[in-house]
Design a protein around this ligand. Structure first.
Ligand code: CU
Length: 317
């Protein structure tokens, strides 16, 4: 069963990670048990409806009824107990305490995800947004925090949900088994644009992951054309740097997505629109129209400023 959104998989029934596979197994256990129970109950109902009424032998009938009810009770309790034990067993298996390949700090904001790659060597840390890239086959530790209200991190194809609670850091270890693009979604109502707080998980073969991380550590591209240079200037002179960072420039705002490698991202504003020029123009001019309530103000701008700004932002691979 594939539920695909923009080419990415987002389905509990299409597991691509160790924990997700266990959750999927549990899902099927519940499915089959509930199906059998449903069929049995429906059959019993029909039997009762169409059975002829008997007048004689009432005492015997009553004794049979007692037996039937006892058997049904034992069976029900047994079934519920079996489901309880399977649930606890899977829940226990979801935790992982061994060493991990990568640690990523994820902070939920209304309504976007800040993603910071940790490293003992401070100069090797880097920050991105709304997109998580990780190596296949290796455990990755996610440290989960919130910048405002309660959010919930959930990539159905990779693992369980986990809350991001203000003032209380959580953690989750995920292990993706096959490379691919998986879609995640905030799973705890967090305000007006909760539904537009999606993100992508790119699972790459280990070598490709290391190359990607190396590229992300580099500062932003230096503008190469006159138009891109003008775009950078526009960016720095507008209010943009109050909120956004672009490594290698003077922009070092911390309350909005880091734009250092913005052009390499799939979408704008938490999966709201694809990362293409037209959408980007609409986003900059009037973010409230694209994502009402979002914490980015509109920027009135002449075409002669907007075009170079777009050229510049599109060059930030
Ligand atoms: Cu949220």
């Amino acid at each position: 069963v594939n539920a695909r959104a923009g080419g990415a998989i987002q389905s509990v029934l299409d597991s691509a990670g160790q924990q997700a596979r266990q959750i999927e197994g549990l899902w099927w256990i519940f499915f089959w048990v509930c199906l059998v129970v449903y069929v049995l109950v429906a059959a019993a109902l029909f039997l009762a409806l169409f059975r002829k009424r008997r007048d004689a032998g009432e005492v015997q009938g009553e004794r049979r009824a007692v037996h039937a009810i006892t058997a049904a009770t034992v069976l029900t309790v047994g079934t519920l107990f079996f489901l309880l034990v399977s649930t606890i067993a899977v829940g226990r298996d979801l935790n992982h305490n061994g060493p991990v390949a990568v640690t990523i700090e994820i902070t939920g904001h209304q309504w976007w995800w800040q993603v910071e790659y940790d490293h003992e060597d401070k100069s090797k840390r880097f920050t991105t947004a709304n997109e998580l890239t990780m190596p296949a086959g290796e455990p990755v530790r996610l440290k989960l925090a919130s910048g405002d209200v309660i959010h919930d991190f959930w990539v159905p194809s990779l693992g369980p949900k986990r809350d991001l609670t203000p003032g209380h850091d959580g953690a989750l270890v995920l292990r993706a088994e096959r490379p691919g693009v998986y879609r995640g979604q905030c799973a705890e109502f967090c305000g007006q644009q909760h539904a537009k707080m999606a993100f992508w998980v790119n699972v790459l073969p280990k070598e490709e992951f290391l190359t990607w991380a190396e590229a992300q550590r580099r500062a932003s591209r230096i503008p190469t054309t006159a138009s891109q240079r003008k775009g950078l200037e526009t960016f720095l002179n507008a209010p943009c740097p109050l909120c956004h960072s672009i490594a290698g420039t003077d922009a070092s705002g911390k309350v909005a997505p880091d734009l250092t490698h913005f052009a390499s991202r799939r979408s704008i504003a938490g999966g709201t629109v694809p990362n293409r020029r037209g959408y980007l123009a609409a986003w900059i001019l009037d973010p409230q129209h694209v994502k009402a309530g979002s914490n980015m103000p509109p920027s009135a701008m002449k075409g002669s400023d907007l075009d170079p700004l777009l050229d510049y932002l599109e060059s930030l691979e």
